[in-house]
Design a protein around this ligand. Structure first.
Ligand SMILES: *Cc1c(COP(=O)(O)O)cnc(C)c1O
Length: 368
């Protein structure tokens, strides 16, 4: 493993835990293939490192958001094909066709353009039809699926390899989710009358343990791969966290009574207070929204509350209750003792927002 002795903030990524989480999903859904979602720097874990770690795991596709993320997968030398999850604007399509990456198909206009690019480069373009069963973000409305299906026969450079949709409220609205599943199943039936569709996928992390879409044969794994399940399930306790964010104490001081701490003095000491300054801030992804929320770090075996506002590069924590603290000591900022869920609740955001906020300044260290 890398030497971390000069790092002031770093994320340790446990790739063995990632493989464990993948194996768990495979045990629960043995007849489904998997797409591993590694967009947004693999949810903060680092896209290149995660792509390399999972490339030999017999995963069907790496789900990415953009062609530039797909390029990172290629540049890492991975053989797992990138799948671009959302729509792409016209100028992005050429590199998709040239590289043989997979893309979503949301409209007849896209189909025509991809087909002409396929002709230009003498390649079959592999696409998955995206159906908007209720997300309102991309895809064909279900009523337009038969219209596209009829046209597809005339596009000789397209290979329609799959059909998918995305659930919009799987963790919160079960009856709407069942409507989306029914709508998806209807579109799949319409399409399968006309073509072979080797890849059929609907559920991502909030769906895999809780819903069954009978025609599907692949799941898209984002958060669950990284140890977080958005819905209650007996399988959740078997998931393992995959990322621990660390930082170091840079300075220790005792501030006198009635001394403001950090910008705007939203915290003022109520007595002599031993304060440790820690080398992480919102410039590293420790959200500013965590200011004055009771957020805490785990340092030398005990919890230390964050005092006042989070700044760009530093936070201050109360260590008055501790006698053994020194500059250089390691604080756990996010990890087994300070779970993802805890920071999510305090920052009043969603889990993916916490984890994707870890910035490029933070080195990723891979183990396992
Ligand atoms: C991001 C994304 C996912 C992954 O979602 P998780 O809930 O993190 O598993 C799956 N499918 C699509 C279309 C996405 O955009």
């Amino acid at each position: 493993m890398q030497d971390t002795s000069l790092y002031r903030a770093w994320a340790e990524v446990d790739t063995a835990a990632m493989r464990h989480n993948l194996a768990l999903v495979r045990r629960v859904l043995p007849s489904h293939k998997q797409m591993a979602i590694i967009k947004a720097e693999a949810y903060g874990h680092g896209i290149t490192g995660v792509a390399k770690a999972l490339d030999n795991e017999e995963i069907e596709f790496f789900g990415v958001a953009t062609p530039s993320e797909a390029q990172k997968v290629s540049d890492a030398g991975c053989s797992t094909c990138p799948f671009i999850l959302g729509p792409c604007f016209p100028a992005e399509r050429e590199m998709i066709v040239q590289n043989g990456w997979r893309a979503a198909l949301s409209s007849i206009e896209e189909a025509e353009h991809f087909n002409s690019l396929g002709r230009l480069y003498g390649k079959k373009v592999n696409l998955h039809i995206s159906v908007d069963t209720g997300m309102g973000r991309a895809g064909l409305l279900p009523g337009n699926v038969p219209i596209l299906a009829d046209k597809l026969a005339s596009y000789d450079h397209l290979n329609i390899e799959g059909v998918f949709s995305h659930l919009s409220a799987a963790a919160d609205d079960i009856s709407f989710t069942h409507r989306q599943i029914r709508s998806y199943e209807q579109s799949v039936a319409v399409l399968r009358e006309r073509m072979d569709l080797p890849y059929r996928h609907l559920c991502s992390s909030s769906g895999v343990f809780n819903y069954n879409a009978p025609s599907t044969n692949m799941v898209r794994l984002g958060r669950i791969l990284y140890g977080y399940s958005p819905m209650p399930s007996p399988h959740n306790r078997e998931l393992q966290p995959t990322l621990t964010l660390y930082s170091r104490v840079t300075l220790l001081r005792t501030l006198p009574d009635n001394h403001g701490v950090s910008y705007n003095h939203t915290y003022v000491t109520t007595g002599p207070t031993k304060v440790a300054t820690i080398g992480i801030g919102f410039g590293d992804g420790y959200l500013h929204y965590l200011s004055n929320t009771g957020a805490r770090v785990y340092l030398n075996g005990s919890y230390c509350p964050v005092l006042g506002r989070v700044t760009m590069d530093q936070i201050m924590v109360d260590v008055s209750h501790m006698d053994k603290v020194q500059p250089g000591d390691i604080a756990e900022i996010l990890g087994p003792n300070v779970p993802w869920e805890e920071l999510t609740a305090r920052a009043k955001t969603i889990p993916s927002n916490v984890i994707t906020s870890i910035t490029g300044r933070v080195p990723r260290v891979y183990k396992g």
